[in-house]
Design a protein around this ligand. Structure first.
Ligand code: ADP
Length: 396
């Protein structure tokens, strides 16, 4: 059975078509520059061959229609009836969604209601859902939420110390993000080491362009570093992570800007990019680091210190920790980042084998037999979780 996994951003649409339950990727690719006046791009990989083309993409519907037509033209499928389900990644599920669910009027209305909390993302997701409903009217669609896993947090972890009615009236609280990834790699760790997730305390570190950590207790999220929005937590490619909110009013005053503009700068012009003044890309910073560029070194060290701070605080909150897992673009690929973070965790008994740490491309252990915490690198696979959940839910 073929299941399509879809991730719609404000100007992009990423897709992966799976043969399920075999979990085999049939084809994958993406559309970029949707909604622009100029040409957009369409990339698709099939049978090891990559093709790229330019086309006008006024909206997500055009992309969805083009994709479905191309699947037939390229003989990847012989008829649209072969696609039995479409699963969509949704960034913000608020308090409503503790797990994935079928797309219906109720779920669409809730996703729309939550646009305030994730303006760019939830709006794009809805456009994507509508585009596929139009293109494949008889196919069931499922929504999979980045926030669902984090709904396991207790009040003391998700509440901010704010006037209570901000929470009760406006829903201001920590929702977290990357939940699908944290849940996936925690479960993968248990599976790969033949242990019961219900007996494990794991700290998962999803370090990509966006970065978050999660304290996973017995398979449930106990705490996570992202907050109301993905701005909270550790510094990232272009985001500050935690910061004293007074900085916002101070910069507003100094530069005669409004709060919205300054918060945009905390989201888009800070983190690696802001401190290094070089790039938001970890690879560029590592290059500059090797050449001794002081700002690049500082940008990476600020992030690594904060990652270690979170790990230490989760170690305490979990009352010990069996394993740590690194994942996402930087977590999976940057041996130098892992090595420097783990060096800061010696006091917790973390010891890694620098040779093992050089591996990549599959799940592997990097800790030594003496290490008090088992440290692994496990590639994340959010699209697969979406396909799995979609298959399960359309069969229910
Ligand atoms: P997101 O999904 O949040 O956009 P990713 O998880 O794809 O981000 O991670 C992107 C980051 O991964 C970039 O900063 C990129 O430089 C980094 N990355 C990819 N490969 C490597 C590598 N070999 N060494 C260091 N960083 C890498």
């Amino acid at each position: 059975m073929k299941i399509m996994s879809i991730n719609c951003g404000s100007s992009s649409l990423k897709f992966k078509l799976f043969e399920m339950p075999e979990e085999k990727v049939i084809t994958e690719g993406q559309f970029e520059r949707i909604g622009f006046k100029e040409m957009g791009t369409y990339k698709i990989k099939f049978n090891g061959e990559k093709t790229e083309s330019s086309l006008l993409l006024p909206d997500h519907s055009v992309a969805a229609d083009h994709l479905l037509k191309d699947l037939i033209d390229k003989k990847i499928i012989s008829s649209l009836d072969e696609i039995k389900g479409v699963g969509h990644r949704i960034v913000q599920g608020g308090k409503y969604f503790k797990e994935s669910c079928i797309v219906n009027e109720w779920s669409k209305a809730r996703i729309e209601e939550l646009i305030d909390l994730a303006p760019l993302h939830n709006k794009a997701h809805l456009i994507g859902i509508n585009a596929f409903e139009k293109a494949l009217p008889n196919v069931k669609q499922v929504v999979v939420f980045d926030t669902a896993f984090h709904q396991g947090m207790e009040e003391e972890a998700f509440m901010y110390a704010i006037p209570y009615y901000w929470y009760s009236e406006y829903g201001i609280r920590k929702y977290g993000a990357h939940g699908t990834s944290h849940q996936f790699v925690a479960n993968e760790y248990a599976r790969l080491t033949n242990q019961d997730i219900k007996k494990l305390k794991i700290i998962t570190c999803h370090i990509g362009n966006g970065a978050s950590l999660c304290a996973v207790e017995y398979g449930r999220c106990k705490d996570t570093s992202m907050g109301l929005t993905p701005l909270e937590g550790v510094p990232m490619g272009t985001r500050t992570g935690n910061i004293d909110p007074t900085v916002v009013s101070y910069i507003c005053q100094k530069e005669n800007k409004d709060a919205y503009t300054v918060v945009q700068e905390l989201n888009k012009k800070s983190g690696y990019l802001g401190v290094s003044e070089i790039s938001n890309d970890a690879r560029d910073l590592e290059e500059a680091y090797k050449k001794g560029n002081e700002k690049a070194i500082l940008a990476l060290h600020i992030q690594e210190k904060r990652i270690a701070d979170y790990i230490a605080s989760y170690y305490v909150y979990l009352n010990g920790c069996d394993a740590m897992v690194f994942t996402a673009g930087i977590g999976e690929n940057s041996d130098t980042m892992r090595s420097r973070v783990c060096a800061r965790l010696k006091v917790l008994g973390v010891e890694i084998d620098e040779k093992l740490n050089l591996d990549r491309g599959h799940p592997f252990r990097i800790s030594t037999p003496n290490s008090k915490i088992d440290v692994w690198v496990i590639p994340t696979n959010e699209e697969l979780v979406i396909a799995r959940d979609t298959l399960r839910i359309i069969n229910e």
